[in-house]
Design a protein around this ligand. Structure first.
Ligand code: PGA
Length: 247
């Protein structure tokens, strides 16, 4: 069985209409319809219409970075899974460490968001990851296991995507070594369906992608900073597409 290879950009709170148009054009030019690895961009809510319109009918998918756990109602400022599906989203990032740390999302809330995304027909990209203090205390598996188990206790994983994103590597320029990442991916793989695509995220860029993607349990990347530069992003996509993983 061949697992899907996926490279997903997480634009975070960056972009404007002109910059988005230029970035999407450059990605589409460079990607050239090559489907050896799947490609997606997860963009801020206001740009979903623009991005969906530009990418419809292309080999690049799109998604959001957050979703409400509620289906509808009096939840000012929130966006439901059905609304995202209405804009043609395939993916939604759930449980990113910035949501957990800066916006206080609990394991239980992340699990509810995951369930809402699945129910709404979206493919969640569930993020798990430990802080530096947790790694140094030898608690990495305990932490990522707890984060994943919270989701699995209320939902089947289905065809969701899992992303291992060590907090100490996000936006710091300091990536996990291929061996450090592989060890955690192998642990996570024991808990999810064997065909699950498990991404690595945390300062993945053109220069380190090939080494990380060569690991047997690293199926792609969730890319923050490097997804805003078309050439960097495309180089990661090419690295993912050139390495096939067979289970
Ligand atoms: P980074 O972000 O690639 O800038 O480290 C990854 C992420 O937060 O998803």
């Amino acid at each position: 069985m061949t697992r899907t290879r996926l490279v997903a950009g997480n634009w975070k709170m960056h972009g404007n209409r002109a910059a988005n148009a230029a970035l999407l054009d450059a990605i589409l030019r460079g990607q050239g319809g090559d489907a050896s690895a799947e490609c997606a961009v997860c963009v801020p809510f206001p740009y979903l219409a623009q991005v969906g319109e530009r990418l419809r009918g292309t080999a690049v998918a799109w998604g959001a970075q957050n979703v409400s756990e509620h289906a509808q109602g009096a939840y000012t400022g929130e966006v439901s899974a059905a609304m995202l599906a209405d804009f043609g989203c395939k993916y939604v990032i759930v449980g990113h460490s910035e949501r957990r740390q800066l916006f206080g999302e609990s394991d239980g809330q992340v699990a509810a968001k995951f369930a809402a995304a699945r129910k709404g027909g979206l493919t969640p990209i569930l993020c798990v990851g430990e802080t530096l203090a947790e790694r140094e205390a030898g608690r990495t598996e305990q932490v990522v296991g707890r984060q994943l188990d919270a989701v699995l206790s209320s939902s089947s994983f289905g065809d969701a995507v899992l992303a291992y994103e060590p907090v100490w590597a996000i936006g710091t320029g300091r990536n996990a070594t291929p061996e450090q990442a592989q060890a955690v991916h192998a642990f996570l793989r024991t808990k999810v369906p064997s065909e699950t695509c498990i991404l690595y995220g945390g300062s993945m860029k053109a220069a380190n992608a090939a080494g990380l993607l060569a690991m047997p349990d690293i199926d792609g990347g969730l890319i923050g900073g490097a997804s805003l530069a078309a050439e960097e992003f495309l180089a990661i996509l090419r690295a993912a597409g050139s390495i096939r993983v067979t289970t």
